[in-house]
Each structure stands twice: as C-alpha cells, then as structure tokens.
Design a binder for this molecule. Structure first.
Ligand SMILES: Cc1cc2nc3c(=O)[nH]c(=O)nc-3n(C[C@H](O)[C@H](O)[C@H](O)COP(=O)(O)OP(=O)(O)OC[C@H]3O[C@@H](n4cnc5c(N)ncnc54)[C@H](O)[C@@H]3O)c2cc1C
Length: 438
C-alpha cells in the first residue's frame, strides 16, 4: 500500500506551519534529535527547556511520519493491563512502569495547555468496546485493575454504550476518562513551535545519512550539511530507514489506514458520539473511530500490504462505517490516508541505549500519541543524566530481530488470517442475530 501522496483530513485542516529550513551547513549542538514526530519533538522540547542546545533533523516535514497521520486518540495504557506489566517487570520496577504509562495522557494535555497548542484537544474519555459477549470479561478486568490504581475507569452496559456512540453494535465496554482526542498533525506542529520557542533549531527535508565518532563527539551528516554534537536521540520509529538499520530491525512497520466521511448532518451529530469520546473495539484487527471538530467521522483499522491503491484498500473501512452506523448509509467519504505503525515482538515500546551518548525510543504498537510524547521526556531525562533505575521505564540494549526481512511477509499473512477470522465471526454473529429475530 502506498502510504504517501493522499491528502489526509489532518493536513487539510491543521493550521499551516511556517516551513523549517533544510540543513545546508555544518552546525554544532549539544544534542541532535533524528525524527520530528512526537518522540523527537517532545525530547527536543524537554532538552531545550532544560537549557540544552538542540538540533532536530527530519527526512520529511514535521509530523510527516505517523505523528501527523494517526487517529489522534490519546489512549491511556499499553496492550498489557497493569497487573500483567507489574508481573512482567516485578515489584518496584513494574509499579513505576505502570505509573509512567498512566501519566502519558496527563502529559499530552498538560503540554497542550502550557504551550497553548491549538489542536482541537478534547478530554472526554476513551471507550474500549466489546464486539462479543466474551470480550466483556477481559475489558472488565482491565477496568478493575486501573480503578484499583485510582484511575477514572468504569464499565458501561449496552444501553450506555449505545447512547454514547449512537451504535447498537456493541455489547458494552469501558470508559477511561483519562483519554481524549487531538488533531494529531496540529499537535505535532504545536510541539515543533514550542520547541523552537525553547531555542531548538529544527531542520526538515534533511535526512541523516551517516554517523561518525571523532574526538569524543558524534558527527551526523545529511546531504548538504552536518551536525557535530555530544549526544544523539533516535526518534524514527516505524519510519526508521537503512541509516538506522539495527533499530529498523527491532520493529515491524505495519500499515494502518483511515477514512473520513463528509461532516455528519446536524441531526446525526446529536446521536453519534455526542460527547466526543474516541473508540477502539475488540476485533482481532481492531477498528478505531472518533469525530473531529467539524463533525467528520474518522474510521481506522489495519491497512493492506503490497501495491494496493489506497482507494481500493479504503473499501474495507467504508464497510466498517456502514456496519457500525447503518444510519450513515449513503454518506460520502472525503479523505483516505495511511501510515506505518511500529510493532514489536513483545508488544511493548522500547527505550534503548544504543552507544555512549546515544538513545532511542520506539515501538508504540499503535498507541503512541501519549506514549511517544512520554518517551521523548524519558529519553531527554536519560541524556540529562538521570539513572536508568529512576526513569520508571526499562532501558535496554538494541536487539534486532533475526530474519527481519521476512517479518513483512509474516505480518501480511497474519493480517490476512486475522481479517478472515474477524470476517467469519461477523458472519456468524449476523446469522445468530437474524435467527433470534425470526
Ligand atoms: C494510521 C495510524 C493511526 C494511528 N492511530 C493512533 C491513535 O489513534 N492513537 C495512538 O496513540 N497512536 C496511534 N498511532 C501510532 C502513533 O501515531 C505513533 O506511535 C507515533 O506517532 C510515533 O511517533 P514518533 O515520533 O515515534 O514517530 P513518527 O511520527 O513516525 O516520526 C518518525 C520521524 O523520523 C523521521 N526519520 C526517519 N528516518 C530518518 C532519518 N534518517 N533522518 C531524519 N529523519 C528521519 C521520519 O521522517 C519521521 O518524521 C497511529 C499510527 C498510524 C500510522
């Protein structure tokens, strides 16, 4: 799937950004950050505010990676529930990790407030909804575990979910009031402006191509310039290229795609997501959706691998809209776009110490709005000298996957398989419902 070249809803509606220059000279800095998405910009902002002289380089433009293309859902937590994370990492480390992850949404909304970032930020909660009776139990367990840690998470019955979503499709679910939505590209651009105000120099269309060590310093080269610095942050996530090959081999870049309808008619806006929550459901290939400030309904799910035109891949998403919201039959679709999500074998993000003075953060498994923002601050704190044990996040060495070049095929086959299982489950469910009403 070609993930570039289609205008997204976000690029059509975000306030324009005064272009940043390309790097065309040799510059000195204390820290160079590679990647101008949430991870890199949040790290740069933190370091800039701490008085460090920082340069950010991006191969494309600010937010041209996943940060300007995502669903804008500020999702609290990771794939694993807090008890599981604590078991995985043990006592104190596990509890600190859970606290770090839980603080992600607060950090996002606080940065938006502090830097006055205009990005349609709404904090009315995130819904995780069950597509079957059996999916309710794990959601209930998640809600209980977060509640036990003081988080505002509640279970909702079928009628409440129907009222909050305007869809009869779901069996119930949870509302996590820590979550919310942002206009993702506007958020990325706002972070870049805030970093710039903190003294950070941002260069776009300036891919880092070489890294050398000389006289105790690092020298990064781009096509037309270079940065000499003491420390480097790699924040390239699913867009990691050959230049960061070992990091590239720690993640599998999986396509994810979204479509947006025309703004919903006022009548339907009153019943579809009237309180503005964002939603993820429990299909194996989950669907995620929300409204934006103008009433476009945005529906996302996994994309397709291979050379499939986006407009064809979008049909699966149109069908999802019709299935969840039959009342939207005949609505027109205005945008479709895609990007890459970085998946890791253990389904967890990673903070790596790559070499002396070089750190990297990546692998958000589709939950990076909050977590990548948080990761940026963790990377910055580490470079500012904070001990690995105090960060509240495990610091690990880079472990590239063996046979990584086949991972794309494996992921493509897995997606096809899961899509087929979901299709069969949907068919069985429709059949059962029809039988019940006969
Ligand atoms: C379609 C889609 C929907 C998603 N929906 C959600 C959601 O609703 N909620 C959520 O929490 N998460 C979501 N995600 C995930 C989230 O967007 C990412 O986890 C997050 O944006 C990662 O931020 P990042 O800064 O690490 O990486 P990115 O934003 O991808 O930035 C990486 C940057 O590195 C640059 N780069 C790469 N190589 C080089 C180089 N050699 N030199 C210079 N620059 C380089 C790239 O140009 C790119 O700009 C979604 C992702 C996608 C694709």
């Amino acid at each position: 799937m070609n993930t570039r070249g289609e205008e997204s809803l976000w690029s059509a509606t975000a306030a324009p950004l005064t272009p940043f220059p390309a790097l065309r000279e040799a510059v000195q800095a204390q820290v160079a950050v590679i990647g101008a998405g949430y991870t890199g910009l949040s790290a740069a902002l933190y370091l800039g505010e701490a008085g460090r002289d920082v340069v950010v380089l991006d191969a494309m433009d600010v937010g041209d990676g996943a940060s300007g293309r995502n669903g804008g859902q500020v999702i609290p937590g990771l794939k694993y529930d807090p008890d599981t994370l604590e078991d995985m990492y043990g006592g104190d480390q596990g509890a600190k990790l859970v606290a770090t992850v839980a603080a992600g949404p607060d950090l996002v909304f606080e940065l938006i407030r502090k830097h006055d970032i205009g990005c349609e930020a709404v904090r009315s909660g995130w819904l995780q909804l069950a597509t079957s009776e059996s999916a309710l139990a794990p959601i209930g367990m998640r809600a209980r575990q977060w509640r036990a840690r003081g988080a505002a998470v509640e279970m909702l019955g079928r009628a409440d979910v129907a009222r909050l979503t305007g869809s009869q499709r779901y069996y119930g679910g949870l509302i996590d009031r820590r979550g919310g939505t942002v206009q993702p590209l506007a958020y990325a651009r706002g972070l870049a402006r805030a970093a710039q105000r903190a003294g950070v120099r941002v260069f776009t269309h300036s891919a880092a191509t070489h890294l050398e060590r000389s006289a105790g310093e690092w020298r990064l080269r781009t096509r037309d310039g270079s940065v000499t610095c003491r420390q480097v942050v790699f924040a390239t996530n699913a867009y990691s290229d050959k230049f960061v090959e070992p990091l590239q081999r720690t993640v599998v870049a999986v396509p994810s795609m979204q479509v947006a309808t025309a703004p919903l008619p006022t009548e339907l806006r009153r019943s579809i997501l009237p309180e503005g929550q964002s939603v993820s459901d429990t299909w194996r290939l989950l669907r995620y959706f929300r409204l934006d400030g103008q009433g476009h309904l945005i529906m996302g799910s996994r994309g397709v691998f291979g050379d499939v035109p986006l407009v064809r891949a979008a049909r699966l998403h149109y069908r999802a809209v019709q299935e969840i919201y039959p009342q939207l039959a005949g609505i027109s679709f205005q945008y479709h776009w895609a990007g890459f999500v970085a998946m890791t074998p253990d389904h967890l993000p990673h903070l790596h110490e790559v070499a002396p003075g070089i750190v990297a953060g990546l692998g958000y498994n589709g939950r990076g709005v909050a977590m990548a923002t948080m990761m940026g601050t963790l990377l910055a704190r580490r470079l500012l000298g904070e001990g690995a044990e105090d960060l509240g996040f495990p610091v690990t060495a880079v472990r590239p996957m063996r046979l990584h070049r086949f991972s794309r095929f494996g992921a493509a086959a897995a997606i096809q398989y899961l899509r087929a299982l979901d299709g069969a489950a949907r068919f069985a469910e429709r059949f059962t419902r029809r039988k019940r009403t006969m």
